[in-house]
Design a protein around this ligand. Structure first.
Ligand code: ZN
Ligand code: ZN
Length: 615
């Protein structure tokens, strides 16, 4: 198959570069007209094809040239137009050139290039019907066994989410090459069959950076952060260079898992391979350090960045809030405004979080009001939820309710849950019942809400209500989300799910837990029994609190690393008992413990927590 671009270019046409300005383009064009070069159909086609493929502005120009010309375009020119439009923001326009081929006065017929590019347009458009008719047409013209077309088809069906069609095409390929295998791996990863993608990945004789990037994107997209990080580990050993998109995905997997060691490696990798520090990459690094609890390093990177945008600022303001530094986050917000950066709705989420962690109600209210009054931003559900949380945490439960009632839209589960949390903390049964009622109307299987209300009943020692609520949960099939804690030791991520004893060192962990309890009891610790009700399911009762995933992770941290702080990331809010135990362990075992729960960081040291028991 001869290459489309193999025909020698006319020297004047070769002057056209992707950075040619519209002004220069017009000059070259008139020169070609004056010299009569464009009278030659071959050079005319070459001119149109060259500018069409440069950028969208020039594509538009090419389209006009084609429109106002005298002779009929050849297949090469029309294919170039289809190709250019397949990559443009208006891929549907490529079909008019396909129609031109079919109805051409000089009896053109589409070739494998035509279909290769048309299939790419279909992938962009994501229209099933169109895709199927193009597939039908290429079979009719006899190109179903062309390797380029087949690869394109796999790519197209992947974009449409039809993995079975991808398999169908892939199986019809007589001898699949690396490009085709990569397309199939990408299809599996994109459509969620990650394990098949990984199998192909492992079996590939050689893997280029496209394959690595596709695999990492698949893991990241389907929330398999741990696998993404393990792949990153493997990749470093093989010395592959990833692209910026993949590095941002890796960094966000580190943020998600709280994997500081791996995050540091990712940062070192970015520096070693001299990635250009774009705003996106820098922001991802800041976010990683902040979410892994190393806010000092996050600030270092932040101050070192030459270029910052509103997302960079929002991320660092949110990072300070997450680490309990509410005042500092508000100071930074002032600085951002002084710098002339216009805040957006993401910024205000960070700012309101900052107010929440330190209980600055009036200031929060002021910022909330400024959203609409000063910046013309309509507060979204998340902003309203944070305001309810702000009132609720500060003990102003009635104000929280009034705020919910004043919302211009239907209040969401988040707002009612924030109220319910406040009711638990400040022991308000009536409002708690109301909040649960509203939550269940919106989400009838919200496990967290049931558990919270049952804790409120337990606080009042109303065991009848506790047990009737438990029965309601059973009847409705409401299951509690199992607690899950993650801890990173020497760059390896360990995951503990409550009740799961499959960890290879589980026996040692149990011994350590017993030792912890012995020492704490000697120091006067009495287990807080109420949170047992958090574990409302039947099989966990006795000793359930003692085996919360965060405690298991702390015990594992104690047996597997000596001096460094123990860092745990958990999926739920930390319970009172685990919070007490963590404080005591930090004192009696002389170890710093850093726990990131669903809301914020808790830094435990010498028997105290950075949250000052306000969470
Ligand atoms: Zn707990
Ligand atoms: Zn705390």
């Amino acid at each position: 198959m001869k290459s489309m671009t193999s025909i020698a270019k006319h020297p004047t046409i070769a002057l056209l570069k992707s950075h040619t300005t519209p002004q220069q383009l017009k000059q070259i064009h008139s020169q070609l007209v004056v010299n009569g070069i464009l009278n030659h159909p071959h050079f005319h086609g070459q001119f149109v094809a060259t500018i069409a493929l440069q950028n969208e502005a020039n594509l538009h120009y090419a389209n006009q040239v084609l429109h106002h010309q005298c002779h009929t375009p050849n297949l090469f020119t029309l294919n170039s137009m289809i190709r250019a439009y397949s990559k443009s923001s208006t891929p549907h326009k490529s079909f008019s050139f396909y129609t031109q081929i079919l109805h051409s006065p000089n009896n053109l017929s589409p070739d494998n290039y035509t279909f290769n590019f048309l299939v790419r347009s279909c992938a962009q458009l994501q229209l099933r019907e169109t895709a199927l008719s193009v597939h039908g047409a290429l079979i009719k013209h006899g190109f179903e066994h062309d390797p380029h077309v087949q690869t394109g088809l796999i790519f197209m069906y992947a974009e449409l989410g039809c993995l079975s069609s991808c398999h169908g095409v892939f199986e019809s390929v007589s001898e699949s090459d690396l490009v085709c295998q990569t397309a199939m791996l990408h299809a599996c990863a994109k459509c969620g069959d990650i394990d098949s993608a990984r199998k192909m990945f492992d079996e590939m004789p050689q893997r280029d950076h496209i394959v690595w990037n596709a695999m990492i994107a698949g893991y990241a997209h389907w929330g398999r952060s741990r696998d993404a990080l393990n792949l990153f580990h493997l990749m470093q050993m093989e010395g592959v260079k990833l692209n910026e998109v993949s590095m941002v995905l890796i960094l966000s997997a580190c943020s998600h898992m709280g994997a500081l060691d791996q995050g540091r490696w990712a940062h070192a990798y970015v520096e070693r391979y001299k990635f250009r520090m774009t705003v996106t990459l820098g922001t991802a690094i800041i976010d990683m350090y902040a979410k892994c609890g190393n806010i000092d390093k996050a600030m270092d990177v932040f101050w070192g960045m030459k270029e910052k945008n509103v997302y960079t600022w929002s991320s660092v303001i949110g990072g300070l809030a997450l680490n309990g530094l509410g005042r500092e986050s508000l100071d930074l917000f002032s600085l951002m405004k002084q710098d002339g950066v216009q805040p957006n709705e993401v910024t205000f989420i960070s700012v309101l979080r900052g107010c929440c962690v330190v209980g600055l109600v009036e200031e929060g209210q002021k910022h909330f009001d400024s959203m609409r009054n000063l910046y013309g931003i309509d507060p979204q559900l998340e902003h309203y939820g944070l305001m309810v949380d702000l009132f609720g945490r500060a003990g102003r439960v009635e104000d929280a309710l009034n705020f919910i009632n004043s919302m211009p839209m239907k209040p969401h589960v988040g707002a009612w849950s924030a109220l319910l949390h406040a009711c638990r903390k400040y022991k308000n049964r009536e409002l708690g019942e109301l909040a649960l009622k509203r939550i269940v109307e919106l989400e009838d299987k919200n496990d967290g809400a049931y558990v919270l209300l049952s804790n409120i009943y337990a606080d009042y020692k109303n065991w009848e209500k506790v047990s009737s609520l438990r029965q309601t949960m059973k009847a409705k099939g409401v299951k509690k989300l199992p607690g899950c804690s993650v801890i990173e030791v020497d760059g390896e991520v360990h995951e503990f799910i409550v009740g799961d004893k499959s960890h290879p060192r589980y026996d040692e962990i149990e011994l350590k837990l017993e030792e912890i309890y012995r020492s704490l009891r000697l120091a006067g610790y009495v287990p807080n029994t109420n949170p047992v009700l958090f574990d409302i399911e039947e099989e966990e009762k006795e000793g359930a609190v003692g085996k919360h995933s965060e405690k298991v992770a702390i015990a594992f941290g104690l047996i597997s690393s000596k001096v460094v702080p123990i860092r745990v990331v958990m999926n739920l809010r930390i319970c009172w008992d685990c919070h007490d135990v963590a404080k005591l362990v930090s004192k009696f075992f002389n170890r710093q413990i850093i726990i990131r729960d669903r809301n914020r960081f808790h830094h435990f040291k010498d028997g105290e927590c950075s949250c000052k028991d306000y969470w």
